[in-house]
Design a protein around this ligand. Sequence first.
Ligand code: SF4
Length: 313
Amino acid sequence: MHKHTTLFGPVPSRRFGRSLGIDLVPFKTCTLNCLFCQLGRTPATTMHRKDYVPVDTVRAELEQWIGAGNRADVLTLSGSGEPTLHAHFGRVLEYVAQNTDIPSLLLTNATLLHLPEVRRDAARASMVKTSLCAWDQASFARINRPHPDLDFAGFIGGQLRFREEFSGQLILEVFLLHGISDAQSQLRNLADIARRIAPDRIHLNTVERPPAEDSARPVPMDVLAQAQDLFTPCAELAVSGIRHESPHFEANEEAILQTISRRPCTLDDLASIFGLHHNEVSKYVTSLVHKGKAQWTHGGSDQPYVSPSGHGD
Ligand code: SF4
């Protein structure tokens, strides 16, 4: 079987259906180091745009995937870092548009939209989902912990310019943290900025999976529900009562738990059993371990095994 390296899924996405993920940058290659990141801390934020994966490799994998008759509802540039750090992500979007009728979705933290070439390339996506967590420089520094070359005014300016230039569907995810960004005055500041950006839809979201830092706590559902009306257009709740969807997808923790109950598995085992990207599997397993449902066992091999808690000693 051909081994895909940049494609993962399709995985079910709450909002967009079955999504095939395209991961263009190495794990945690990001301009930000968000308090709430489910992938853990960014080792070193970067602004360096380059071809982290050769575009020809991505195109060959997509060609093979499409040629095999696979289907998905959406092809999503996302994964384990910031996709616009890839210098030629626009050529991947162009390939998708020219070779399939499946719509494309770009999930971006929007920090590079101040660059005209990034706006031009992002506009090739059918849909773009950007993020907003902060309302001024101080909250930007506290919550998103950006690369030193980024400032809040430039970040918002990039989103405003992009909205002017992009005629596709723009979705703004407003990500909230309890005790940090869910006070009324803070919510109003965020709503004012969101109104200026004028997206087609707004998703309100909060922490759902174990995040990087203990200080990133979920906003109570009643506060989220009350905040919806502050936004224009009225915000939709992107929480299931439980993600920055994986940052963007539903977990399948139950199935993983059943599998490891039959036999302990390495992350590679689980990735191949479920046809998921290594990073996706890792997030589910981390969550299970965090909840005390699973545990790591070091069996003397290169990779540790994950088994249900109380087994595999
Ligand atoms: S949450 Fe997204 S933007 Fe923030 S550090 Fe993680 S990958 Fe980067």
